[in-house]
Design a protein around this ligand. Structure first.
Ligand code: DSN
Length: 413
């Protein structure tokens, strides 16, 4: 794949990339935040715009020769607006964390209070974890899920908000399998005049297909990555109402970034064009159906799914009763050709690097074309792998079956 020149110039790297391609083709990717970008998106990533400096914004750059860079960025912005219906969009953030940083820097000052979901209960590092800039610069009041339901407790959130009067509330998560009530979040934010930031990195593709409600009518700011359910290049994006447009643009550049990655922005535009198609929307709806089938199959096999199931593309599997940690389960599944990640479950007694659970998601498998039938096989395969954790022969047998499944659903035909 586009490797003839790499082969000539750097055979060593070409061999690494060939092995990675083979890994992606022959193993089953259930990492909820991963997906496969199309060849068109990857071609754009490797295009001539990688040579171009374009600090600034379309028609207002600090470099000459930006006329086509401008066209590429305008295409990305206009398509993103069609996808999400936002008034203003900045497509320059290099990442989701950078997009969140740009939002914080646009309206908050250091020391301000942010009410956000705990990382260990499903939030994200850049939502105020002490190890991240966000936790170091701001006064973070974490919210969690309710112990019994393992879902967001909006009444509790309202109480916390009234008590701490945050300047900003952050919603959106990286390990939460239930529908997020953005309208309710906005009502709570309005009670204390807080800004609302919705980070939809995980569910952006679902939102495009109406497979999850959109926060755009409610939130002051919406951020996303472009490489998860959206299936684009690795990168970030900020959406907001027109009133915040100037502040957001200033915050991204020159606030936190220099030159935008124009090749990535071209690839974002290509991915957005793909996301405007009916096929993309059908796939997003299938992603949710696949997750439901996978979760039901796991439950039939005796596994406890956090909160009892899923409304979106992912689920957390609680392994406590199987006497195996998330870390070990991740390694066992890897031996069986299934790629997933350990994850803490709500109120986990284990540290994040051990964890009591694993997180699985269906975006990548769905992009390969897998449907409910295959998800039943996958759920049974995960179950067999975990129940045969110490039996290398059994794991090898599963690996061959998984490889066979993957070969029937190639990624790059
Ligand atoms: N690291 C991503 C995830 O796996 O969910 C979130 O940015």
């Amino acid at each position: 794949m586009f490797m003839s020149d790499i082969l000539k110039v750097d055979p060593e790297m070409a061999a690494v990339l060939e092995r990675e391609l083979n890994r992606q083709e022959t193993r089953l990717d259930l990492i909820a935040s991963e997906n496969y970008a199309s060849k068109a998106v990857m071609e754009a990533m490797g295009c001539v715009l990688t040579n171009k400096y374009a600090e600034g914004y379309p028609k207002s750059r600090y470099y000459g020769g930006c006329e086509y860079a401008d066209e590429a960025e305008v295409l990305a912005i206009e398509r993103a607006k069609k996808l999400f219906g936002a008034e203003h969009i900045n497509v320059q953030p290099h990442s989701g964390s950078g997009a969140n940083m740009a939002v914080y820097f646009s309206v908050l000052k250091p020391g301000d209070t942010i009410l956000s979901m705990n990382l260990s209960e499903g939030g994200h590092l850049s939502h105020g974890n002490p190890a991240s800039f966000s936790g170091q610069l701001y006064n973070i009041i974490p919210y969690s899920v309710q112990r019994e339901t393992e879902m967001i407790d909006y009444d509790e959130l309202e109480k916390l908000s009234k008590e701490h009067k945050p300047q900003m509330i952050v919603c959106g998560a990286s390990a939460y399998s239930r529908t997020i009530d953005f309208k309710r979040f906005k009502e709570i934010a309005d009670m204390t005049d807080a800004y609302l930031l919705a980070d939809v990195a995980h569910i952006a593709g679902l939102i495009v297909a109406d497979a999850h409600p959109s926060p755009v009518p409610y939130a002051d700011f919406v951020t996303t990555t472009t490489h998860k359910t959206l299936r684009g290049p690795r990168g970030g994006m900020v959406m907001c109402r027109e009133e915040f447009a100037k502040a957001i643009n200033k915050s991204v550049f020159p606030g936190i970034q220099g030159g935008p990655l124009m090749n990535t922005i071209a690839a974002k535009a290509v991915a957005f064009k793909e996301a405007l198609t009916d096929d993309f929307k059908k796939d997003q709806i299938q992603t949710v159906k696949n997750a439901k089938t996978l979760s039901e199959t796991l439950i039939q096999n005796g596994f406890r799914i956090v909160s009892g199931g899923t409304d979106n593309h992912l689920m957390l599997i609680d392994l406590t009763s199987f006497n195996i940690t998330g870390k070990d389960a991740e390694a066992v599944c890897a031996k069986a050709g299934i790629v997933l990640n350990m994850n803490t479950i709500p109120f986990d007694k284990q540290k994040a690097f051990i964890a009591s659970g694993i997180r699985v998601g269906t975006p990548a498998a769905t992009t390969r074309g897998m449907k409910e039938e295959e998800m039943k096989f996958v759920g049974n395969a995960i179950s067999r792998a975990i129940k045969n954790a110490g039996d290398d022969a059994a794991l090898e047998k599963i690996r061959l079956e998984v490889k066979d499944l993957c070969e029937r659903f190639p990624v790059y035909k």
